[in-house]
Design a protein around this ligand. Structure first.
Ligand code: GMT
Length: 387
């Protein structure tokens, strides 16, 4: 329970497997545990949101498929739902995770409401909303508008803050609030999980992602094919999307015996505790929540030294960072950890210490609470001034 006054918070996010939705879901859970009322607004229930949790409500956005529309529209029904929920539950703030379309929809929702029902709008940028869509002329002006009009803008790393200023030319204050993780207790033991995967003595290397282009799954498999001895490890891929497009690469690289794939896994903690080394070959990454998740279970990662990853991992202490694209360098870094369980353990415990000290829910969630508090107070005084 938090010492702060309970607030009513609208949480808009993607419900599917992806860092922004996962972070928003964990934040909602944490806020509910601290006594706040959290209203998730999305086209589906976020996949990691526990059912029937006190303090959490889910409001689905219904999308109509009118024959007139070649492409169904989501932004308008989303903003109408946000306005409805704001009015009915008197939301203090709407927290939009990922600029498109959540931040623009939240601003539109606010415009639809009379002053006394208008919530504050906080936008959290997660990554590709800046690094990819921020460069797309079809989205850029809408993102710039949304960032300019939000009451507060946060980014999940200092790297993303700088990129947002550089790519989108934003001059307003941006606050970095890093991602966090609080593991749920695993349901099975490490031995049970490894047995279920058919892993005996081999070292278990874990990769967990939505397999999107920036994750460079081609490079992940290439690195795996260069690790020696080849029979010393198994690579377990927790795939947030279909792995089918990569099956051919697995065969071509002779990895059929080495790679195990599990799609859309919910009990990630089971796998995290069973893993020995994480492997991440991303070309861009604003934070990389999956690395942090592993760190909690004393699993050090070998990762590309890109984006916000150096804010998460201290190279040589809590993991190994290798220049992007140096596939041999990555394979050698994995081999060093494969060969040396003592080093692996030392890095694993440093990783856990760093994760708990800097990126725990207890460190990060109060930063969001303070922000909501600040924004809802300034909103209230602004609407009192208007009436
Ligand atoms: O998949 C998503 O939900 C968003 C995705 C993205 O592409 O923006 O992930 C980002 O958000 C995560 C949570 O904040 C970060 O851990 C990821 O590093 C980040 N991905 C990229 O920057 C590529």
């Amino acid at each position: 329970m938090s010492l702060r006054k309970p607030m009513k918070i609208g949480m808009a996010c993607y419900p599917s497997v992806g860092g922004s939705g996962i972070l928003a879901t964990s934040l909602g859970e944490e806020l509910a545990l601290r006594g706040h009322e959290v209203h998730f607004i999305s086209y589906e229930r976020p996949f990691r949101l526990p059912p029937d949790m006190p303090g959490i409500r889910f409001h689905p956005v219904r999308i109509s498929d009118y024959g007139l529309f070649k492409y169904p529209d989501y932004t308008l029904p989303l903003s109408v739902k946000m306005a409805e929920v704001s009015r009915e539950f008197r939301l203090d703030v709407i927290h939009a995770h990922y600029a498109v379309p959540h931040a623009t929809a939240a601003l539109l929702a606010r415009e639809m409401l009379p002053p006394e029902f208008q919530p504050g709008v906080i936008t959290t940028l997660h990554g590709t909303d800046t690094t990819l869509l921020g460069r797309d002329p079809g989205y850029r002006p809408a993102i710039q508008y949304a960032l300019g009009r939000s009451d507060a803008v946060t980014t999940v790393s200092h790297f993303l803050e700088k990129e947002t200023r550089r790519i989108l030319g934003v001059e307003r204050p941006i606050e970095t609030v890093h991602n966090f993780f609080r593991p749920h207790p695993p349901r099975r033991s490490r031995a049970e999980v490894r047995a279920s995967l058919g892993i005996a003595e081999e070292v278990m290397i874990l990769h967990s992602s939505n397999l999107r282009t920036p994750k460079r799954i081609d490079m992940l498999l290439e690195v795996a094919s260069r690790i020696r001895p080849a029979d010393s490890f198994r690579l377990v891929i927790l795939a947030g999307a279909s792995f089918a497009p990569f099956e051919e690469d697995v065969r071509r690289l002779g990895l059929a015996e080495r790679v195990l794939v599990r799609e859309k896994v919910l009990d990630i903690e089971d796998y995290l505790q069973a893993a020995d080394i994480g492997l991440y070959t991303s070309e861009v990454e604003s934070f990389c929540l999956s690395i942090l998740e592993g760190m909690y279970f004393e699993c050090p990662s070998v990762a590309s030294c890109v984006g916000g990853i150096p804010e998460v991992v201290e190279d040589g202490v809590s993991g190994s960072l290798i220049p992007f694209g140096d596939l041999d360098g990555m394979a050698r870094a994995v081999e060093r950890l494969l060969r040396d369980p003592v080093r692996r353990q030392a890095m694993g415990s440093a990783a856990r210490k760093r994760a708990q000290g800097r990126y725990s829910a207890d460190v990060i969630v109060p930063q969001y609470e303070a922000l909501y508090d600040r924004i809802s107070r300034s909103e209230k005084s602004a609407s009192a001034g208007n009436s």
